[in-house]
Design a protein around this ligand. Structure first.
Ligand code: KG4
Ligand code: ZN
Length: 363
């Protein structure tokens, strides 16, 4: 990282861009103040396909990024000239989308002469408790989203120790798959949570994977398969699913995810001494019963619990702008050779989790 300017301090104003998955976002953040945060979601574009289509996502990001930037500047009542630096998600994520954001940020940086800061998307989520609650280092965070699930001890803006991670699917992916299997709308998390409200979590016995093994690694692929089997069994016995069956399946599934995350959080808290608190972030952290259960665990250990507001749990650019400011203060800016990275582990020393693919660790 070559520093391009000596701008430092808490109150620099940063324009952040996010386009690593299916939300195009731009935000202006000054210190811990969010002056604007604009998110254009692509749910409707992917609805017919039952999941995010990378090419459609990339095209939509390229079309929407400049509009989001304009909207973010206008809502914050600032001009590009008032911005001190431009932060952009440079990975990990769907490469077409990440590239769209990085190209846009480079264009803005080159034309204005403002410093460019590449931000790790996961660092954005992991540093959000500092933006929302001013949490001090070091703290423990459970990062739980559509593509990731890991426990991290956050020691500094670019210093993370991974205590455990999923060895296969992420919980958000499992929520989305569950919704698809049960004919509920995407994204699956909110629709499964809603249906589970009227369900009986005890009717079906779903597996709680890896609780018999020491450590904080997690696995969710068996749960998905168990849900599929249970659904097929009901369909073959009854000729279809009643609304109550769907609710009971959702409740049982959600309870299994909650129980696993709760027990592994307990282990992670036990393994982490001297932390200032326990936080949760990422899209799945929007799940109300999960937040409540994690808050209880935190209280058991006597550490403060932080769950950012829902709009800052799911993908947004305010977290990228803030993480950009923290990285900038610690390491300075990038230059125009900044590249888009589909894979970018936060903890470079942790061994790649199983199932992370032949190309190496995703996160
Ligand atoms: O962090 P995020 O916005 O995107 C990334 O994966 O980076 O997370 C999206 C994921 C989706 O899988 C979505 O189904 C899940 O978060 N999600 C939820 C809830 N809201 C969103 N999962 C469970 N309960 C929710 N209320
Ligand atoms: Zn995310």
């Amino acid at each position: 990282m070559g520093a391009t300017e000596t701008l430092m301090g808490d109150n620099i104003t940063i324009l952040g861009l996010e386009s690593s998955c299916d939300d195009t976002a731009a935000a202006v953040v000054s210190g811990r103040r969010i002056l604007s945060s604009v998110v254009a979601d692509q749910t409707a574009l992917h609805a017919a396909f039952g999941g995010v289509v990378p090419e459609i996502a990339a095209r939509a990001h390229a079309e929407k990024l400049d509009l989001c930037v304009e909207a973010a500047l206008s809502k914050a009542a600032v001009s590009l000239q008032d911005i001190d630096a431009i932060a952009v998600t440079a990975g990990p994520g769907l490469i077409g989308g990440v590239l769209s954001g990085v190209m846009m940020a480079k264009g803005l940086s080159a034309s204005t002469g403002k410093p460019l800061i590449g931000v790790n998307h996961l660092a954005g989520h992991a540093l959000t408790p500092r933006l929302t609650d001013g949490m001090d280092y070091p703290y423990l965070i459970l990062l739980v989203s559509g593509g990731h699930c890991q426990f991290l001890r956050v020691d500094g803006p670019t210093s993370f120790a991974r205590l455990g991670s999923t060895i296969d699917d992420a919980p958000g992916e499992a929520f989305d798959k569950t919704a698809r299997l049960l004919g509920l709308s995407q994204p699956g998390g909110p629709s499964v949570e809603k249906s589970a409200l009227s369900g009986d979590e005890k009717r079906f016995a779903f597996p709680r994977a890896l609780l018999d093994r020491p450590g904080c690694d997690l696995s969710f692929s068996g749960l998905k398969t168990a849900l599929l089997r249970q659904r097929d069994k009901l369909v073959s016995e009854q000729g279809g699913l009643h609304a109550q069956d769907v609710s009971d399946l959702c409740a049982g599934f959600q309870a299994a995810v909650r129980d696993v995350l709760v027990e592994k959080s307990r282990r992670a808290l036990r393994a982490c001494g001297g932390i200032t608190g326990f936080a949760v972030a990422g899209g799945v952290a929007a799940n109300t019963p999960l937040r409540a259960a994690l808050e209880t665990i935190s209280a058991e250990f006597g550490v403060p619990f932080v769950a950012p507001p829902l709009s800052l749990c799911t993908d947004n650019a305010a977290m990228i702008a803030f993480a950009g400011a923290e990285r900038f203060a610690a390491e300075g800016a990038d230059d125009l050779s900044l590249s888009a990275r589909p894979r970018w582990p936060l903890d470079k020393t942790a061994p790649a989790a199983l199932g992370s693919g032949k190309k190496g660790a995703k996160a």
